[in-house]
Every structure is written in C-alpha cells, then in structure tokens.
Design a protein around this ligand. Structure first.
Ligand SMILES: [Ca+2]
Ligand SMILES: [Ca+2]
Length: 93
C-alpha cells in the first residue's frame, strides 16, 4: 500500500509521486489511486502523503502490509461426497 511508483518499497518517492498527482502534474491509474489511498478513506489526498511521511519518519506504524494472499473463497466445487441434500422432513410435533 502506498507504493505508487512500484519500486517495491515505500519511500519518499511515493510521497512525491502522490504530491505530483495531487498537483495535477501526473496522472494516476486506477490502481495507483487505489494503493495511493494510504489511509483508505476512498480518495487520494494530502492526508495520504502526510500519513506516508509519518510512517517513513518512524512516527507511525505502517497501516497496511502487503497481505494480498489470494485467499478468496474458491467457489465450491465440492462434488458429491456421498451425501446429497437430505432433508429430514420429519417433524415430530
Ligand atoms: Ca515506491
Ligand atoms: Ca486517502
């Protein structure tokens, strides 16, 4: 998160890149906007710069680490382990 110049680490260059984007000197791709939104409030603002600068200065802990393991829910192809939908439609009242 925050590595908008894709060099693999969060540095002052990323802050500069975001500042240039904010100053309309550079354009960001959607992906850059996403990862440039360091505080995850939905948009890239000077606050994201400030936050990154604080992290770089050791004043704040990094908000996000790179934890994009693809642990998405595999849309279950659990083909029949014997038990089909067995509705116990016997209600003892
Ligand atoms: Ca970087
Ligand atoms: Ca933000």
């Amino acid at each position: 998160m925050g590595d908008v110049d894709f060099d693999g680490e969060l540095t002052i260059l990323d802050v500069t890149a975001i500042q240039r984007y904010l100053a309309d000197l550079d354009k960001f791709s959607d992906y850059q906007k996403k990862i440039g939104d360091y505080d995850a409030d939905g948009e890239v603002t000077i606050l994201d710069c400030t936050k990154i600068q604080r992290v770089l200065a050791g004043l704040d802990d990094p908000l996000y680490t790179d934890t994009e393991n693809g642990s998405e829910n595999g849309s279950g192809n659990e083909a029949g382990s014997g038990s089909e939908n067995e509705y116990e439609s016997e209600r003892t009242t």
